[in-house]
Ligand binder design. Structure first.
Ligand code: PGA
Length: 257
């Protein structure tokens, strides 16, 4: 795994946009695995800016999103389809039909998981973008006693509910379940870009980089993937720096503090 240490969230977002831009320059019809949420929001803003101001052409890419809240239709403002369309696809002129997101409002969610998994398997991501939740989740794969292989329905962990409640209006019922691609689906990506920012993620970042590889911290499995770049800012690395600073020297790929 290559670790890039970013000064702060702004730099992390710029580095992430550079990596996506390079991927698309190399292969204009790249398939990008995407996530929504706070971690990639600055990267999307930067990609939109580059597409508007610098002629970055993303119009040939296709997009496969990792997850969607159960029960929300794609036009619900808190749905991940809505987030992607408004913050990335529409402003970058990526046709909506080139983007796949699980249908959270499907009548039969089990069947939707099977459909989505078959689709993902036939469209492996050239570059899978990920954030890491406070529980160590990737996509919505929460801590468990095993690594779930394919797309499935999950119950959201209390920490995830608490972190994501901020995105919902007060009084609005937040979904308690989601459809997510599995750990096996994620590990099928050719390259992976993991973004982690902020002091609230410092403890889980320590467990991610320095702890055992375990489904109790799902992101640890990424250490077995052959082509992962983790862009992590200094705030998120504060516990690693305090407890095992030598890890940062050993792993700081192109950049050092
Ligand atoms: P965040 O969430 O990017 O909103 O912090 C990360 C995640 O839940 O995967």
């Amino acid at each position: 795994m290559k670790l890039i240490i970013a000064e702060d969230y702004t730099e992390l977002s710029r580095i992430a946009a550079d990596i996506v831009e390079n991927q698309v320059l190399l292969k204009p019809d790249s398939c990008l695995g995407t996530v929504t949420g706070g971690s990639p929001a600055g990267m999307y803003l930067e990609l939109v800016r580059r597409s508007r101001e610098e002629g970055l052409d993303l119009s040939e890419i296709s997009v496969i999103n990792t997850d969607e809240y159960a029960g929300l239709s794609g036009d619900h403002p808190q749905s991940y389809r809505y987030y992607l369309e408004h913050r990335f696809l529409d402003p970058c002129k990526i046709p909506g039909e080139r983007a796949a997101v699980p249908r959270g409002d499907a009548g039969d969610l089990e069947q939707e998981c099977r459909r989505y998994e078959a689709f993902c398997r036939s469209h492996p991501a050239d570059l899978q973008i990920l954030g890491m939740g406070h529980t160590g989740h990737i996509g919505f794969n929460e801590p468990e006693d095993h690594f779930p292989e394919g797309s499935h329905i999950v119950s959201l962990a209390p920490e995830t509910m608490a972190a994501n409640a901020a995105y919902f209006e007060s009084g609005e019922q937040m979904p308690t379940q989601a459809v997510t691609v599995g750990i096996g689906t994620i590990m099928g990506a050719k390259r992976i870009l993991l973004l982690v920012s902020g002091s609230s993620k410092a403890e889980i970042t320590y467990r991610f980089l320095c702890g055992k590889i375990t489904p109790r911290v799902p992101a640890t499995i990424l250490r077995f993937h052959p082509a992962v770049t983790a862009v992590i800012d200094k705030d998120a690395l504060s516990v690693v720096r305090e407890k095992e600073p030598e890890r940062l020297d050993l792993r700081a790929g192109g950049r050092k503090e």
